[in-house]
Write a protein that binds this ligand. Structure first.
Ligand SMILES: [Zn+2]
Ligand SMILES: [Zn+2]
Length: 378
């Protein structure tokens, strides 16, 4: 666990010293290179469900903008003496330009059994990162908390791997549900559900997924192997938009399968499922974000950042509470709601054992807790 003061802005990231420009140059250079590679090898580096809806002209314009920003930031960082990171970013940019840049022709698209979601990572990082960093700056819960706070690179690694594996997860969960639950899916139920108005289907999908996730979330918190998987998520000592990505690969698999089960069984309209998928990605990020919003009476019905921050709190009374992901009244119903009036937690994390803060330790922790665990705190 940590206190807030340990996350103040390190000197190298203060305005005017070139540190932030150098970091953004590395990020934009890397994303440019990855994007150009995705243009060259779409069959292996993009997700079929996503690329079907791409506007290529728009993507090229976005890539050109990122490359221009990378160049400008890199030059500024060089002038400020940030030689190594600026050079790394500019070298990545040079390779991206030499390989075709924003005019790279789209490579052969064919069905491939193996692919990773480089496109999903680039789009996800740019859109989510820009929107939520702006939101956290506009209405911060902790104004002194830096964007590049402690363990940000570890959470970015989680974000990276999770986005690359999206296609793999979709494939596995789809296969598991069609093979394991087809017997319980009835046409009459599906027809009835699809006859409901959009908003009714949307609320029903939220409720059914929330109940499934509530059940598996409580199971994680019972201890043993389930807890060791989930302890990776709870090991975050700083709450922000990126902390939502810290998940063990098995937790992502189990939770996604559990939450997709009611969607599969009830057979919602495709437009509802797609809208919900977009909503859940934004909402899950929002409830972890470093934002202070007062939702008043709505907090008794919906899961808000304050509700989920208390779930991550390392404070007496808050442990094993607030399991719901959409509707806080589910926690009230089952007696697990914890919402002190107008208060936010001071500390986050796990005080009695957690994985060490590196990616391999996070993956290994459920299987080898002694080897991969951080020191046990008093
Ligand atoms: Zn939890
Ligand atoms: Zn969380």
């Amino acid at each position: 666990m940590s206190d807030i003061s340990s996350d103040v802005i390190p000197s190298r990231f203060r305005v005017g010293c070139g540190g932030l420009s150098a970091s953004l140059c590395v990020m934009f250079g890397t994303l440019s290179l990855l994007s150009v590679l995705a243009f060259h090898f779409p069959a292996y580096l993009t997700i079929p469900e996503l690329r079907a809806g791409y506007d290529i002209a728009l993507l090229r314009a976005g890539l050109a903008a990122i490359m221009a920003a990378c160049g400008a930031l890199g030059l500024y960082a060089l002038m400020k003496g940030r030689i190594v990171p600026a050079s790394v970013g500019l070298i990545a940019l040079t390779f991206a330009a030499l390989m075709g840049g924003a005019d790279t022709p789209v490579g052969t698209v064919h069905a491939s059994p193996f692919y990773i979601g480089v496109d999903w990572f680039v789009i996800g990082l740019l859109s989510t990162g820009i929107v939520f960093i702006a939101l956290e700056k506009a209405a911060p819960l902790r104004p002194d908390q830096a964007v590049l706070r402690r363990e940000w690179s570890l959470d970015l690694m989680h974000f990276f791997i999770m986005h690359l594996l999206l296609g793999f997860y979709l494939m596995i969960t789809h296969a598991a549900l069609t093979h394991g639950l087809s017997w319980a899916r009835f046409d009459t139920v599906v027809t009835f559900i699809q006859s409901l108005p959009f908003i009714a289907q949307f609320l029903l999908i939220m409720l059914s997924v929330d109940l499934a996730e509530y059940a598996i979330h409580r199971w994680y918190h019972r201890g043993g192997f389930g807890w060791r998987i989930h302890a990776v998520h709870h090991s975050s000592e700083t709450m922000d938009w990126l902390a939502s990505s810290r998940l063990h690969l098995l937790e992502a698999l189990f939770t996604r399968t559990a939450s997709l089960a009611p969607i599969f069984l009830l057979g919602f309209d495709t437009a509802v499922v797609n809208s919900y998928a977009m909503f859940v990605g934004i909402h899950a990020t929002f409830i972890h974000a470093n934002v202070r919003f007062d939702f008043g009476w709505l907090e008794y019905f919906f899961v808000t950042p304050r509700h989920h921050h208390w779930h991550h709190a390392d404070e007496a009374g808050a442990h094993n509470t607030n399991f719901a992901v959409h509707f806080s009244f589910i926690d009230r119903m089952f007696g697990t709601l914890y919402m002190p009036q107008n208060a936010w937690p001071a500390l986050y994390g796990v005080s009695d054992g957690e994985p060490a803060p590196d990616y391999i330790a996070h993956l290994a922790y459920p299987f080898f807790p002694n080897w991969a665990g951080k020191r046990v705190k008093a």
